[in-house]
Design a binder for this molecule. Structure first.
Ligand code: GDP
Ligand code: MG
Length: 440
């Protein structure tokens, strides 16, 4: 893949003290091949290589103390540039509702993304979207959106599959006004290929609803095809943004790199899974880092921040300071770790983790957390607050109640005790520091 390819090339330069023009040429040849192999549009590659080469053989790199790193920096900056600036803002109509039209080929992820976007609008912007089932062709498409609506506890507007999509859109907007929904998300139909009938229908919907956003949903797995699809939708409809889905899969990076420069339409979001919270803002710089194998620390931090309630974090910190941390607090913390998503995914975002052989096969055990939670839930209120009272018979009861072994219960109690001790030590150390004591 692109990442591996670029990485091994970068690895070669990294060690170099000095880089000459011939080195740069060789590196650029590698980068070029890597990009082409990753299905990046050839014209895009040509321009890219030209820009990077100019900068790389220029003063900027040759005169620097660490030319290898400097080249990586240039490649990263140019990759970032290629993917455009950060543009995750969603339009807000001056007169609500704001209408967002989701378009794309069948199976690209329109319906799923409609649900995810509604979820994001509510969670991040406190909006009340109305989801609209305007795909009357794909069997069970309406049902699919209704299921997502139920899951999200959000209303879905549908008139069945005997009414035209244009009429559905029209009535949906009227209903949204009536019921004070501030966003209307139109889940439209797709075809297996771009065709005239599809485009005509979408144009009709656009004509009537005057959408504030037209988001093209494309499957990142389809590589160069995604770029062609983006181009024709853009020509016919005028897109305001692209959502690149299935980036969690084993995709080549080509689509992300080409779409922006070929269609001049920003990628706004990326789909990172099938679940309703798996929609992320597209950050070109982070994407470039990820491609270059530097890990995605920022995404990781953002994920953690979104899920750890700030108030709670402060409260927790205080409890740690005063060593009044209980099993209830512990349970809370576990819940927050869980909210961050599968541990395997988080692990992969750690810089350098992708270089560790066999990490792909490592299964971080989410189940383990579940076991710990079960044990804590089987404790009484008093036991959670004063674990020191948990004697042998209580241990036996807790093990039985949680369906875990006594050994596991013992281990958890021991770990919890150790953790509290450590907190106490840390607190004492900090107190000492404040008083001016020195520690070795
Ligand atoms: P539509 O025909 O464009 O409406 O596509 P759907 O929303 O029905 O999605 C097609 C399939 O792709 C479904 O199985 C989705 O669960 C899956 N899918 C959508 N987005 C993503 C994503 O970001 N990651 C993964 N892994 N699967 C996705
Ligand atoms: Mg659909």
């Amino acid at each position: 893949g692109l990442a591996d390819r670029l990485q091994s090339t970068m690895q070669k330069i990294r060690g170099k003290g000095k880089v000459n023009e011939a080195d740069v040429k060789e590196m650029m040849r590698e980068v070029r091949l890597a990009l082409l192999e990753a299905d990046v549009n050839f014209k895009v590659v040509k321009d890219f290589i030209k820009r990077v080469s100019e900068r790389a053989v220029g003063q900027e790199v040759l005169k620097s103390l660490t030319p290898g790193q400097q080249v990586i920096k240039v490649v990263k900056e140019e990759l970032t540039e290629l993917m455009g600036g950060e543009q995750s803002k969603i339009a807000v109509a001056t007169k609500p509702p704001t209408v967002i039209m989701m378009v794309g080929l069948q199976g690209a992820g329109k319906t799923t993304t409609t649900g995810k976007l509604a979820n994001l609008l509510r969670k991040k912007y406190n909006r009340q979207p109305l989801l609209v089932a305007a795909d009357i062709y794909r069997p069970a498409a309406i049902k699919q959106l209704q299921t997502l609506g139920k899951q999200l506890d959000m209303p879905v507007f549908s008139l069945g599959d005997q009414v035209s999509p244009v009429e559905i859109a029209k009535q949906a907007i009227a209903k949204a006004k009536e019921e004070h929904h501030d966003y209307v998300l139109l889940d439209t139909a797709g075809r297996l290929h771009v065709d005239e009938k599809l485009m005509d229908e979408l144009k009709d919907i656009k004509e009537l609803t005057k959408p504030d956003e037209i988001f093209l949903v494309v499957d990142a797995m389809t590589g160069q095809d995604a770029v062609n699809v983006a181009q024709s939708f853009n020509e016919q409809l005028g897109l305001t943004g692209v959502v690149l889905t299935k980036l969690d899969g084993d995709t080549r990076g080509g689509a992300a790199l080409s779409i922006r420069s070929v269609t001049n339409t920003p990628i706004k979001f990326v789909g990172m899974g099938e679940k309703m919270d798996a929609l992320e803002t597209f950050h070109p710089e982070r994407m470039a880092s990820r491609i270059l194998g530097m890990g995605d620390v920022l995404t990781l931090i953002e994920k953690a921040q979104a899920n750890v309630d700030e108030e709670k974090a402060k409260e927790l910190e205080k409890k740690m300071r005063t060593a009044t941390f209980t099993f209830d607090d512990f349970l809370d913390q576990l819940g927050q770790v869980r909210n961050m998503g599968p541990l395997d995914d988080l692990l992969k975002m750690i810089p350098g983790a992708n270089k560790i052989k066999g990490l792909d096969n490592v299964q971080v055990d989410d189940k383990q957390i579940g076991h710990v939670e079960a044990i804590i839930r089987s404790m009484t209120k008093q036991e959670k607050e004063q674990p020191e009272i948990i004697n042998a018979s209580r241990r036996k009861r807790i093990a039985k109640g949680s369906g875990r072994s006594i050994q596991e219960v013992n281990r958890l109690l021991k770990q919890f005790e150790d953790m509290k001790k450590m907190m106490k030590q840390m607190t004492n150390m900090q107190k000492g520091k404040k008083k001016g004591f020195k520690f070795p």
